[in-house]
Design a protein around this ligand. Structure first.
Ligand SMILES: Nc1ncnc2c1ncn2[C@@H]1O[C@H](COP(=O)(O)OP(=O)(O)O)[C@@H](O)[C@H]1O
Ligand SMILES: [Mg+2]
Length: 299
């Protein structure tokens, strides 16, 4: 198993603020790795260290087995990067920006660039500064994919994208993976990584708290479900079901929390006439809670 990214005891202080604390990351060749954590957790700091935009306080980071500090030039040449805050040359058009980046890297396949721009419905003719955040993000994505790099690092890539473009983005990631290339995606929202990632590392307050296969993580995710029935239903039918908790029954409405498979609950509900079903996707915070229990407090 080849490790494309490998950090050891990676630590970064900003003054007295410890942004990263002894992070040990291992990203395997050919996988799509999600780096999940709330705002301020240390995701962008990690990524900036990998690309040597900032230096670690202690510990080390390797990319392709190369040292992030000593071999940063080669690492950057072989890695595509989409920053979290896409700052681009505002007066240039999308086409000009892409040409600029293509020339920097010694040229890219122009047909592939055109394909990407079309799939993401990019307007390449307008100055960047006149574009909305989402449209700017799409040009950033074309830039990240167009080099066909062996490693693509994207910092919160689908923020600002509409749902249709998000689907297109997921397809692009899947294509990269099918070619055996490696993708590293940071995000603060579970659904963004759930769709495409093979494994997920959860970072919180600078500490990598867990790394799991996405299937395991999904199994632990909590969903809040609310069934509306055509007539009042008995409470007994809904308590003591596997994976179901916090059940409240009020007249015709049953609310509860489900961890993992909702199968038993759905079958219990199906005995009555369901007129409406409301499901709330589990937030990242809920996933954390399912790991650590409600009593978890921060050190
Ligand atoms: N340039 C900086 N100077 C001082 N503190 C910073 C700087 N960049 C980030 N931080 C702090 O480091 C922590 C991690 O930030 P960041 O890596 O941007 O988190 P994330 O990308 O997960 O939202 C936060 O507490 C943030 O305020
Ligand atoms: Mg960030």
């Amino acid at each position: 198993m080849v490790l494309v990214i490998h950090t050891e005891k990676l630590t970064k202080d900003y003054g007295t603020n410890r942004a990263l604390s002894e992070v040990e990351l291992e990203v395997r060749e050919g996988e799509v790795f999600g780096y999940l954590g709330p705002n301020g957790a240390g995701k962008s700091t990690t990524i900036r260290i990998l690309l040597d935009f900032i230096r670690p306080t202690s510990g080390s980071a390797n990319v392709f087995g190369l040292d992030s500090r000593a071999d940063s030039e080669e690492i950057r040449r072989r890695t595509a990067y989409l920053p979290g805050d896409v700052v681009m040359y505002d007066r240039m058009t999308g086409a000009e920006v892409l040409t600029y980046f293509a020339n920097l890297s010694g040229g890219v396949d122009q047909r592939y660039v055109a394909q990407l721009a079309e799939r993401l419905r990019c307007d390449l003719t307008q100055p960047i500064k006149s574009l909305s955040r989402g449209n700017r993000q799409k040009i950033g994505l074309v830039q990240a994919f167009m080099h066909r790099s062996e490693l693509i690092i994207m910092d919160e890539p689908s923020s600002g994208l509409d749902p249709l473009m998000q689907q297109e983005f997921y397809s692009l990631v899947e294509e990269v993976k099918s070619e055996g290339r490696t993708v590293f995606i940071s995000s603060h929202i579970m659904p963004e990584v759930e769709r495409v990632c093979d494994r997920v590392g959860i970072i919180r307050q600078g500490k990598l708290v867990t790394v799991e296969d996405i299937e395991v993580l999904k199994g632990r995710a909590l969903h809040r479900l609310e069934f509306h029935f055509s007539e009042p239903v008995p409470r007994e039918g809904f308590v003591d079901l596997p994976g179901v908790r916090d059940v409240t029954v009020e007249d015709t409405v049953v609310s509860c929390t489900v961890m993992g498979k909702p199968d038993a609950l759905i079958k219990a509900a199906a005995r009555f006439e369901v007129v409406k079903l409301v499901a709330h996707e589990s937030s990242l915070e809920d996933v954390f809670l399912s790991y650590y229990g409600d009593g978890e407090t921060d050190a």
